[in-house]
Design a protein around this ligand. Structure first.
Ligand code: SAM
Length: 331
């Protein structure tokens, strides 16, 4: 009990309950230029990554000890982890408000119904462009129509609200911002425009790729009336209301990770496929939960001590650049 109290103090009053993001694999079926290097990354072996039973035990501890209410599955690409629905079935037996997933949508058309039945609440799908050729180049070989079919399948089977993440990158897709908003409205999904974070691959060329939030708004204003709302505490998204010249208004989101970061209220903890826990996306420091979960004599106090260390790595303010790879930790 003392440990939990300490952990709440480390968290500070401004941080709401923790949200846990779990990277279930470091593998991905796309090779986005901003995420993985051209010659790929060395994937973890099966023995090095957490089994579903291990993930379940860790999440159970987070739920019972730290009142975690939401879990997001990510990757690599979470749908590249075989049998992912059975992990969702396991985790749904815990007292969680929602289990969500961030995916490239590539296998979603085939998996959406199964995921829904297993207990997945909703999905965020990464879609940076509506141009097939740009999609192919950006993902190093991907086929746009598959992701669009995936988005439609997710919506059709109720994995809603479906959210699209559009990472805005200079010279790649900034001209498409209004078109992506129109697409989202037409498809009945919610789009969020993401500023590129200086991390991993993007870090190297960040100065040339970064499109600031102000410019994203300015580009939207050329097509829509734009009203900028608040960012709710603990949320990453600034609400936008877009009003087309004709037609009803709709909501979108802006994620200002670089120009207006939210580190002070960030409540995320990230568990990698290798069972390492990080308090911050941009901080390489990690805490080993792999050895904790593999130890038959593991104790709750040891768990809390380890989590507390990860939490203490959460910086109050934004770090500048990071060599951490998105592909390993899942965004
Ligand atoms: N494979 C899944 C997918 O494509 O959604 C999950 C992993 S991916 C790393 C998660 C999210 O991170 C994606 O929405 C992607 O756009 C975002 N992301 C990757 N690199 C980024 C960067 N440098 N800045 C901001 N977001 C980034």
């Amino acid at each position: 009990m003392t440990k939990v109290a300490n952990l709440s103090q480390t968290r500070g009053n401004s941080r709401p309950a923790y949200q846990l993001r779990i990277s279930v694999t470091d593998r991905c079926d796309l090779h986005c230029i901003y995420c993985v290097p051209e010659d790929g990354i060395e994937w973890c072996s099966r023995e090095e990554i957490l089994r579903f039973e291990d993930i379940f035990l860790i999440v159970r501890e987070f739920v019972s000890q730290l009142q975690v209410r939401g879990v997001r599955l990510t990757g690599g690409e979470p749908l590249c982890r075989a049998g992912i629905s059975s992990l969702i079935e396991l985790v749904r037996t815990l007292e969680l408000d929602e289990i969500t997933m961030t995916t490239n949508g590539y296998k979603l058309a085939r998996e959406a119904q199964r995921l829904r039945e297993a207990g997945l609440s909703r999905v965020n799908v990464s879609l940076d462009t509506l141009d097939s050729e740009t999609y192919r180049r950006l993902t190093r070989g991907g086929e746009l129509s598959r992701t669009i079919e995936g988005i439609r399948a997710a919506k059709a089977c109720g994995l809603e609200p479906v959210k699209i993440n559009m990472l805005v990158l200079r010279g790649w897709n900034e001209e498409e911002i209004p078109r992506m908003a129109e697409f989202a409205q037409k498809e009945g999904v919610h789009v969020r425009f993401l500023e590129a974070i200086a991390i991993g691959e993007t870090s190297l060329q960040h100065h040339s790729l970064w499109v600031p939030a102000d410019e994203i708004l300015e580009r939207l204003r050329r097509t829509f009336g734009v009203s900028v709302g608040q960012r709710a505490p603990g949320e990453t998204e600034t609400r936008l209301i877009l009003t087309p010249k004709d037609g009803p208004q709709f909501e979108a989101g802006l994620i200002t990770s670089e120009s207006d970061p939210f580190c002070g209220t960030c409540s995320r903890l990230r568990l990698s496929a290798r069972g390492r826990l990080r308090g911050c996306l941009l901080n390489e420091a990690e805490v080993d939960l792999f050895s904790w979960v593999k130890d038959p004599g593991r104790t709750t106090s040891d768990f809390l001590e380890r989590v507390s260390r990860a939490v203490s790595q959460k910086p109050p303010r934004r770090r500048t650049r990071s060599p951490v790879r998105m592909a390993e930790i899942g965004g």
